[in-house]
Design a binder for this molecule. Structure first.
Ligand code: NAI
Length: 334
């Protein structure tokens, strides 16, 4: 391998374009050499915007690009497991967006493929772990500043979506727990050092987006999880926020309470309506976690150049999928 990691990005949609721009310009030690999408318009964008990278219609074609070291998957989640396996078997290092797969069995297939090629790096994109605020929260927990963790309350809000993006996106996403809540699931498991869970309850609704019924998804959901050791965690997730994007977490310990990401209003009263934001939002997910996406990419490139280790393991990605599937099952049976 050359000293520079030569990367091909696959998927040039909402997030793939952002990753591609980062990899093309902002990651020392990496260079973007190829991009793939089945959509001609997206390939034309890549040719214009990414310094003339080679473009391909899909992963299989991109894997034939000469001198390619790593593949960066930002494709629909339903494709992840098979694409991870195809890229690993082609001898490439792989970055895969979250979640690793839509069920634990598919995660296991991808993990088995990676285990057969230990010299190749395979990493899943739980970028919130790289966010300086969540990373500091983890550091404070590990040094004992909060004491025993009693409860964690997570909020993930996507802006209300009048254009119907989520209705088109939902069928391949696994639903709101696997797609959106998965970030908080991974963070909570990380904060709790990967402890297992013992009980899950969940409810959900689609008052704003009834069309999600076609794929069994909801636009707003809440899950409550009991973890071994006694910590309980609440996960609230919605696609109907009037204040824009928000990710927040309250961690209640026996010695102290920590807030991550909450905009605290001057008065304890706010009215929030689209176009009349009375609480400063956090921009979109890319604005809120822009630095985390860069740090995540740098961590992957460093792992490839140094021969490992990766900062987060595939076993964690599997367990995040398993808990999200348990939430979805709890929602289904009520
Ligand atoms: P999107 O629907 O906007 O983009 C998907 C892209 O994949 C499109 O470029 C599409 O043309 C391409 N594609 C579809 N089928 C393909 C195939 N067979 N081969 C190659 N490319 C194909 O979706 P979005 O929002 O960009 O999400 C993509 C992935 O990124 C998902 O797994 C999602 O969970 C993840 N994601 C992660 C976020 C984070 O916070 N880390 C935020 C948003 C998405």
């Amino acid at each position: 391998m050359s000293d520079t990691v030569r990367i091909g990005v696959v998927g040039l949609g909402r997030l793939g374009r952002r990753h591609a721009e980062n990899l093309a310009r902002r990651i020392a030690g990496a260079t973007l050499v190829a991009a793939a999408s089945p959509v001609a318009e997206e390939r034309a964008w890549a040719e214009r915007a990414l310094n003339g990278v080679a473009t391909y219609a899909g992963l299989t074609e991109l894997l034939r690009h000469p001198d390619l070291d790593a593949v960066w998957l930002v494709t629909p989640t339903s494709l992840h497991a098979d694409q991870v396996i195809e890229a690993v078997e082609a001898g490439k290092h792989v970055f895969c967006e979250k979640p690793l797969a839509l069920d634990p069995a598919d995660c296991d297939r991808a993990i088995a493929a990676a285990a057969g090629r230990p010299e190749q790096i395979v990493m899943v994109g739980f970028m919130r772990r790289f966010d300086p605020a969540y990373a500091e929260a983890k550091r404070l927990i590990d040094e004992g500043a909060l004491g025993d963790i009693v409860a964690i309350r997570c909020v993930s809000e996507d802006p209300i979506d009048p254009d119907g993006f989520f209705v088109r996106f939902a069928p391949t996403s696994g639903g709101v727990f696997l797609d959106c809540c998965i970030h908080d699931i991974d963070l909570v498991r990380w904060m709790l050092d990967g402890v297992g869970f013992s009980a899950v309850a969940a409810v959900g609704s689609r008052i704003v987006t009834p069309a999600l019924a076609d794929c069994g998804d909801v636009d707003t959901a809440s899950a409550c999880v009991a973890f071994a050791g006694g910590t309980i965690a609440d996960f609230y997730v919605t696609r109907t926020s009037h204040r824009g994007y928000e990710a927040a977490m309250t961690i209640v310990g026996s010695k102290a309470t920590l807030e991550v990401g909450r905009a605290i209003p001057k008065l304890p009263l706010t009215l929030e309506q689209a176009g009349r934001r009375s609480v400063a939002g956090q921009g979109d997910f890319f604005e809120r976690f822009g630095e985390a996406f860069l740090l995540e990419a740098r961590a992957f490139v460093a792992a490839v150049r140094n021969g490992g280790p990766t900062p987060l393991g595939l076993g964690d990605a599997r367990e995040a999928t398993r808990l999200a599937c348990a939430m979805r099952a709890a929602l289904k049976v009520g």
